[in-house]
Design a protein. Structure first.
Length: 345
């Protein structure tokens, strides 16, 4: 697949990039690379690992240099000893091949959803931040990960399934309480670019009635305008995402512009005792609009003698509604998908 970040480096930096890539692939403990400024070396190393998530064993480096030398001695820092790396490589290759076989015959969109759903069903966010949770062996090997490991896992699976994608990176914003940088994916489906943040959807995904996993798609195929409602601006190059017509809930006719439509669908959900997740696009999702929608949901529950449980992802104007027995107390919960930006190192 395309090495997106490599293509945005200049010729000298591309030489550094490939020298590092070659040395790490060969599991060298130290090797020569062209000399460059330390700040650029840091960016090259970080972005190389976004282009190549299969290199899960190299997580840092140090280097030595001699004055007036055209090269520096690059010393990668590995998570494991060489024999253990080879063992993990073999297991990871088998794991990826098995998952990709499950996508045989699927369209690009179906493959994207398959990978997204796999993450939401099988990976939990690692608040303890184990070192391997930043790499593919966390989500794909241990079932735990942070945003970096999850985005890398999405990339390695979609790469193997021949769906163009890349990992994107935004900055932190301490003034807004966002302490850490966050990463997710941009995918290209049918020649058009979309944001897909499996980490945020994973943190929102929970269990519905009957212990069935209710997968969330609040961050599945969003345009720039929508994703940046609760994501910080990117700090590295990326394609523009301008198409808002193929957001998951719009595709599934779960994006409403009229309050009466919310009432009708809530009534259906109450009747069938099913959970309803929907998106509001009938103007700005203000507190007033939200409270109006709550009234319609409450009315639907009253008609079926049931009590509503409502949770909402306010930034993305998505509400989840379920109904309980009448003796239960009504609950309204504000959801928080930004867990990775609060806990990740």
């Amino acid at each position: 697949m395309e090495q997106f970040y490599y293509n945005h480096f200049d010729k000298m930096e591309q030489g550094v990039y490939y020298a590092i890539l070659r040395g790490i692939r060969d599991l060298e403990t130290e090797f020569l690379i062209p000399a460059c400024e330390s700040s650029r070396l840091r960016e090259i190393f970080f972005q190389l690992r976004l282009d190549h998530p299969e290199i899960f064993w190299a997580t840092g480096y140090h280097y030595r240099f001699y004055r007036d030398s055209p090269n520096i001695i690059f010393c990668p820092e590995y998570l494991f000893q060489k024999d253990k790396i080879l063992e993990h490589q073999k297991a990871m290759d088998a794991r990826v091949r098995k998952l990709v076989r499950g996508m045989d015959g699927m369209s690009e969109l179906e493959k994207e959803k398959y990978v997204h759903d796999f993450i939401c069903e099988n990976v939990r966010y690692d608040k303890l931040k184990k070192p391997y949770s930043h790499e593919v062996i966390g989500p794909l090997g241990q079932g735990v990960g942070v945003c970096e490991g999850i985005a890398k896992s999405v990339k390695i699976l979609l790469d193997a399934a021949k769906v163009w994608n890349m990992i994107v990176l935004c900055g932190n914003n301490p003034e807004k309480g966002i302490k850490y940088r966050h990463v997710w994916n941009i995918v290209r489906i049918g020649g058009t670019y979309y944001h897909m943040d499996a980490t945020f959807d994973d943190t929102l995904t929970g269990e519905s009635v009957g212990k069935e996993v209710l997968i969330r798609y609040d961050y599945f195929n969003l345009p720039d305008k929508q994703i940046f409602r609760d994501h910080e601006p990117l700090i590295a190059p990326a394609p523009k995402c301008t198409d808002g017509d193929h957001f998951y809930y719009r595709e599934k006719k779960l994006s409403f512009t009229k309050e009466e439509d919310v009432y009708k669908r809530a009534l259906q959900a109450a009747k069938k005792k099913k959970t309803l997740v929907f998106h509001w696009r009938g103007g700005y999702f203000t507190r007033e609009i939200f409270l109006n929608l709550v009234k319609h949901v409450r009315k639907a529950g009253e008609e079926k003698n049931l009590t509503p449980y409502i949770s909402t992802n306010f930034a993305q104007a998505v509400m989840k509604v379920s109904f309980r027995e009448p003796e239960k107390q009504e609950e309204i919960v504000l959801e928080d998908a930004n867990i990775s930006e609060k806990y990740e190192e």
